[in-house]
Design a protein around this ligand. Structure first.
Ligand SMILES: [Zn+2]
Length: 217
């Protein structure tokens, strides 16, 4: 199915040159529709949204949100994980919040996430296991809830959601974010994208970002 040209526009027989051609046609089409767009983007970017999502090819943020170039600042990695001390995501968040002054941060997971499926098992995959350990830690922290779900698809879906909650909580514990939430009303949201329908849902996330951290009193 993946090679069916009636579905996809870049298939086995297509070359890199065809991508350049496609890009030319796209930029001409968009310029005709919105002549001011590319000249405005040449000056600066003013996105209002920071999107943190999975690298999965089925979840391209600007496309699924039906937005334009310049509207979404993006950080994507396998299974939209935000490990403590990850310089890449921390730098993106700081730049988006302090310099670009985004108004919304969206952490978006997606059902059918391969990273989440892998993290639910104990099969070893090599280097990537270091990355997936972050998800396995969430799995361990929620083992009773996950074990009570008998349907393996539903179990994947639940870990996808728990990972989004962990991501939102982690962002809401970030110093730049805390300050921007207090001073200018920055909002942090959890989304889940359904690849089978192309639809985004808002995930309810506890208001207290420390709900996933055991607290000694
Ligand atoms: Zn994924």
């Amino acid at each position: 199915m993946s090679n069916d040209p009636s579905i996809f526009r870049f298939t086995d027989g297509d070359t890199i040159d065809s991508l350049i051609h496609r890009n030319k046609e796209w930029s001409q089409r968009l310029s005709a529709l919105r002549p001011a767009l590319f000249p405005a983007l040449a000056n600066a970017q003013h996105p209002q949204i920071l999107w943190i999502g999975c690298s999965d090819s089925r979840v391209p943020e600007t496309t699924v949100l039906d937005l334009l170039p310049g509207e979404v600042f993006v950080h994507r990695n396998i299974a939209n994980i935000l490990p403590t001390g990850d310089l890449s995501s921390l730098s993106v968040i700081q730049y988006a919040v302090e310099v670009l002054q985004v108004k919304h941060i969206i952490v978006c997971g997606h059902y059918g996430c391969g990273g989440v499926m892998a993290a639910l098992g104990n099969k070893r995959y090599g280097l990537i296991d270091h990355w997936l350990q972050n998800l396995r830690d969430i799995r361990v922290a929620n083992k009773e809830e996950l074990a009570a779900i008998s349907d393996p698809v539903k179990r994947v879906e639940r870990l996808v959601e728990l990972n989004v909650v962990a991501g939102v909580n982690s962002i809401k514990r970030n110093e730049s974010v805390i300050e921007a939430m207090e001073e200018r009303g920055l909002e942090v949201h959890g989304f889940v994208y359904d690849v089978a329908h192309g639809t985004c849902g808002v995930l309810e996330v506890p208001a207290d970002p420390n709900t996933d951290v055991y607290c000694y009193k």
